[in-house]
Design a protein around this ligand. Structure first.
Ligand SMILES: C[S@@+](CC[C@H](N)C(=O)[O-])C[C@H]1O[C@@H](n2cnc3c(N)ncnc32)[C@H](O)[C@@H]1O
Length: 249
């Protein structure tokens, strides 16, 4: 019997943000594969084999999942957030496209999850209420020149922006360069949200005017949302909300 690969998003951290479809797929899985911290979120049970692997081996993980499914296993590949957002779904399709003769017969399903950007936006209010774009600031898989061009054009087009992978120990300088560029192009003090470990017990949310931001405000567990020129803060007795109105100008 041929198995199946289900590519599932576990959401940003809280179990309450795991969709019922993803929970059901995991409950029927024979094998769960993923990056170590994501596989740790799966409760072990009889009949389920957990395969945790390190960062940066996405292609090997994808091939392993397809191989297990070819052997008849019900495989769930887990990502955090949504599996189609800077995660395993694209990695699996890359490997599949190169090996259609070997794995082209395998049934694949992608189950969406709540991506970090949406969970962070909801905590802050509605900063993505008008047009926005999402940029991965890691230059592992694309040159910095491309990131810089996208940042510049997105800022000139006045999008709100969400940044994934803003800053790691091995790439401390990229986010600093991004902030310098945005400060010079935007020239105003629009709100910037630093949302760290959203929906976990370590969650922190901090809103800082653009000109006061600094690179050390983000790490690899942070998603950063930069408002557009229209994004504003409402201070209420219960707290502050950041939102972008639906109409422009
Ligand atoms: C490899 S990407 C995975 C994104 C994931 N597929 C998603 O849809 O959220 C990892 C980046 O997502 C962001 N991220 C993931 N979980 C987060 C959370 N709970 N809070 C804030 N940012 C998070 C961070 O920017 C982190 O560097």
């Amino acid at each position: 019997m041929t198995g199946k690969v289900t590519i599932a998003g576990l959401g940003p951290g809280a179990d309450a943000f795991i969709t019922p479809s993803v929970a059901e797929a995991v409950s029927h899985a024979t094998d769960v594969i993923g990056y170590i911290p994501y596989v740790k979120r799966i409760t072990p049970r009889d009949g389920l084999t957990l395969h945790a692997s390190d960062n940066r081996v996405e292609r090997e993980r994808a091939a392993h999942a397809l191989d297990l499914a070819a052997d008849g296993k019900q495989v769930v590949v887990v990502s955090s957030g949504d599996p189609g957002v800077f995660a395993m779904a694209a990695a699996i399709f890359e490997v599949l496209e190169e090996n259609l003769d070997k794995w082209g017969h395998i049934d694949i399903e992608v189950l969406p999850g709540i991506t970090a950007m949406l969970a962070a936006a909801a905590r802050a209010g509605a900063p993505l209420g008008h047009d926005f774009c999402t940029i991965n600031l890691s230059d592992n898989l694309k040159p910095w020149k491309v990131i810089e061009k996208r940042l510049r054009l997105a800022a000139e087009a006045d999008f709100a922006m969400a940044f994934y992978n803003p800053r790691s120990k091995s790439r401390p300088e990229g986010f600093e360069k991004a902030l310098i560029l945005l400060k010079s192009i935007c020239g105003d003090n629009r709100p910037v949200i630093f949302a760290r470990a959203v929906s976990t017990s370590e969650e922190t949310l901090r809103t800082v005017p653009l000109q006061d931001t600094s690179a050390d405000m983000a790490d690899m567990r942070t998603v950063v949302i930069v408002g557009s020129s229209q994004t504003r803060t409402i201070n209420t007795k219960a707290g502050a909300w950041v939102y972008t109105p639906r109409t422009y100008g």
